[in-house]
Each structure stands twice: as C-alpha cells, then as structure tokens.
Design a binder for this molecule. Structure first.
Ligand code: NDP
Length: 434
C-alpha cells in the first residue's frame, strides 16, 4: 500500500490473489526465498505518455496514455487497450496484474500487459476517434511488436479502433506486420470468432461449471449486464444453449424484457453508434427500462453474468441476487464483483466463476490469432470455436483440480489463482532473478 498509494483497484486485485496463495506458500517455501510475490506485483515496465490530438473544432486536446508491461515470463506481453475517462494508473495496473494470471490459464505462450487512455469516445465523431487513436499509436508503436508486446481491444476499443491503430503502426514502422495487434478485422489478418470469443467463452465456462454440479443452462433465466462486445456474445451463446436472457444494460440503466431480449435490436442499437439501451423500449414497448447501474441485479434470475465493468456488483447487489434465488454467477467483465461481494457468494455456496478464468476466452483466441498470423493461415469459424470450447473446459478442469489439491474444493477463485500462479512462478524461477 505504501508503494502504490491511491491505487485502490490494483490493491484489491493483488489482495484477492495473495489471499488465495497462502496454502501454496506454506507448501512451497522456495517461492518466499525467491521473493516471487514481491517480483510478481511489480510491473516489468510501466509507460505513461502524452496523447495530443485536434478535435473537430480545431482545438488541441490532451489525454494521458498508458501501457503496463507487467510480466513476460510466459511469452510476449499481451493485453487489451481501454479508452474510458476512468482510466488511471490503478485501473491499468489492476487489469495488467489480472492479465498475467488469465493468460497463464489459457495455456498459450503469452505474458501479461494492459494499456489505455483517459479518453472518452462517447459523443466523438469518427474523425476525432481516428485522430486520437493515431496519436496514441504514434507513441505506443515505440514499445510494441509481434514478438514483444501485442495489444488488443477492451472497453471503448473495438474493431474500428484496432483498425486505425493497425494502420498507424504500419505507417510508423514502414510495413505490414500482422502480428502486432489482435482483434483485427477478418479481411486483414483478424481471426474468425475473435469478436465472439470472450462472451462465448464465459458461457462455455459457465456450462462446464453447471454441468459439473448437476445443473444446466437450458431452461434457465439469465441477466447479463452491459451491452458491449462481451455482453452481446454472452447473450447470444446463452440463448443458443437454451437460456432465456431477460435483461441487459449500459451505464444509463437496464432493460427488462420478460419475452427474452431481442438480440438483433441490441446489436443494431450498438452498431449504429452513440445509441443508448433505453431506445430498445421504442422497438419493444412491452419491455421496461430501469434507470441506474445496479438495478439489473434486482431482477430475479438463475444465472447472472456481469459483463460491463469493475466493481459493478457490491454486497447489496450480491445479497439481492441470492435473495432472488440466483444459482450461478459468471464474471465476463474484469473484477466486476467487489471482494466483499465475492465473499457473500462463496459463503452462500453460489456457483461462482471468477473473471480471470471465465473471461479468458478472448485472450485465448487472440493467441490463436497470433498463431494464424505467424503461420500465414486462417482457420474456419468452427475450428476456432472448437479450440475455444476446449480451452475453456481445460481452464475449468485446471482450476477445479488446483482448488481440490489445496483443500478448497469447488472454490474456483482460489483454484484459478493457484493454477495460474504456479505456471508463472515456475517460469520466473527458471529464468533467474530478473
Ligand atoms: P465495451 O466497450 O464493448 O462494452 C462495455 C459495456 O459496458 C457497454 O455497454 C457500457 O455501457 C457498459 N458499462 C460500462 N460501465 C457500466 C456501468 N457502470 N454500469 C453498467 N454498464 C456499464 O467493452 P467490452 O464488452 O469489451 O468489455 C466489458 C468488460 O469485459 C470489461 O471489464 C473488459 O475489461 C472485460 N473484458 C473484455 C474482453 C474483450 O475481449 N473485449 C476480454 C476480457 C475481458 P456505456 O456504453 O453506457 O458505457
């Protein structure tokens, strides 16, 4: 805390991981001797830079850009870029720290990183987005590369922004290097099924967890927060597997549709850009809009998937979900539940799929995009989807087995942290004191 003052989200993420590792450290004194914990919480490199750009009125605007290259024990730095006004050192470090473990769980050769800027894309024109993104990449291009650091999208950064960044990188580096970014358009080196991967992967993980506990997605009622990339494809896969999704949201509030959310309308609203989720009610007058970010958690459901942002489920929301009979919670977003909310779920024996395991599908398919780029081949949608499904099942199995080994049966928070930590720390120890 003294080294990282005012970095609450980072401290929260570290606290959760370290608490899980107590039994591992007791069994393996070599980790303490090697100061693995002290090393793993310290980024290998943290870059922060000025991003000047010109808005449509001709005014010069300045934002702050970041890239934290947290850990390269397992492979090149890998992690998304977030454009959101709340981005700061703490947010980027918490996301980068989580990314180390998530990436380890995928079994792919990728290290952990994260980046972004405190830029608010809302209400910006396409040319403003392009100018900002180009300025951001002009500086970032000094620190990334296909074998060094491979960014991707996150909140506020989708295929359009990745495209602009890719174009600018090419211009800065004098040539096409497919492997420098993932989440690219399929027409120029992107992987099929990448845009679906995080949402689909979260549902595959949930499916494995439910089946292992004698339950099923089919016939269940689900609520999914957010209405962005992760949320939309989580809703799509839930529906394909026979669930009825009755609510989703954005930062204004949530829509409740007893008939089941019409995904085509949500997709259209989001594709139109600058559209808000309350506009759904204009198309489906029987649906209801509730104002406020946490309203969605008061809607009774069997399955809850927080897929919007960090700390969106607090203790009160967790208790409300339980009172309404929720059976399983799966984190599609990064750290969407507060530490206290997670404790409430665990104490009440709710099946709980933690983010770093449940939402690892996105980065797992990003690693497959890197592999396809290196080999100059393109796999079919079904082939990528099959590999994603397999990876999510393996992550579930590894996390369950690690929890079992340390006497915390069915505690996937502990299991995922331990399974990932063991892989990263083994590689760090093999590579000496670096
Ligand atoms: P998007 O920008 O595509 O969508 C984010 C959605 O969340 C938007 O609908 C946004 O609404 C909504 N939202 C933001 N803040 C709140 C809030 N306080 N309450 C309710 N809704 C809110 O981002 P992604 O879908 O890509 O990312 C969502 C989460 O998933 C993030 O935590 C991200 O880190 C994580 N993640 C994403 C991956 C990916 O592959 N994209 C991979 C792994 C994790 P609004 O438009 O009003 O802001």
């Amino acid at each position: 805390k003294m080294r990282n003052p005012h970095q609450e989200e980072f401290q929260q993420a570290v606290k959760e991981v370290l608490a899980s590792l107590i039994p591992v450290l007791a069994k393996h004194p070599e980790y303490m001797k090697q100061s693995i914990l002290e090393r793993i919480v310290e980024p290998e490199r943290m870059i922060s830079f000025r991003v000047p750009w010109i808005d449509d009125e001709g005014n010069v605007q300045v934002n702050r850009g970041y890239r934290v290259q947290f850990n390269s024990a397992l492979g090149p730095y890998k992690g998304g870029i977030r454009f959101h006004p709340t981005v700061n050192d703490s947010i980027i470090k918490f996301l980068g720290f989580e990314q180390i473990f998530k990436n380890a769980l995928t079994g792919q050769p990728i290290g952990g990183a994260k980046g972004g800027a405190d830029f608010d894309p809302k209400g910006k024109s396409d040319t403003e987005i392009m100018r900002f993104t180009q300025s951001f990449m002009t500086e970032l291009s000094n620190y990334i590369g296909p074998d060094q650091d491979v960014p991707a999208g996150d909140i506020g950064v989708g295929q359009r922004e990745i495209g602009y960044m890719f174009g600018q990188y090419k211009k800065m580096r004098g040539g096409y290097q497919a492997g420098v970014l993932t989440g690219k358009g399929v027409g120029y080196g992107g992987s099929l099924a990448r845009k679906e991967a995080t949402g689909y992967g979260t549902v595959y993980f949930m499916d494995a967890m439910l089946k292992d506990n004698g339950l099923s997605i089919s016939g269940s009622k689900a609520v999914v927060s957010g209405s962005g990339n992760v949320s939309i494809y989580a809703m799509e896969k839930l529906t394909q597997l026979g669930a009825k999704v009755i609510a989703c949201s954005d930062s204004d509030g949530c829509i409740y549709d007893e008939q089941g959310i019409d995904l085509a309308t949500v997709k259209r609203l989001k594709e139109e850009g600058n559209c808000r989720i309350y506009e759904y009610v204009n198309v489906h007058p029987k649906a209801t809009f509730y104002e406020g970010c946490t309203e969605i958690w008061s809607i009774p459901c069997d399955i809850a998937l927080p897929c919007a942002t960090q700390n969106e489920i607090n203790v009160q929301a967790a208790k409300q979900l339980i009172a309404n009979g929720v059976k399983a919670v799966g984190e599609g977003a990064n750290m969407p539940s507060t530490l206290e909310a997670v404790e409430v779920f665990m104490n009440n024996h709710i099946l709980f799929a933690p983010a770093k395991a449940a939402n690892a599908g996105g980065v797992a398919v990003s690693a497959l995009e890197m592999a396809q780029n290196s080999a100059r081949i393109a796999w079919s949608f079904d082939e990528v989807d099959r590999k994603l499904h397999q990876m999510m099942h393996t992550i579930y199995k590894d996390s369950t087995e690690a929890a079992e080994e340390y006497g915390e049966s069915r505690n996937l928070v502990v299991g995922a942290n331990i399974a990932a930590f063991k892989k990263v720390s083994a590689a760090m120890i093999s590579q000496g004191v670096i």
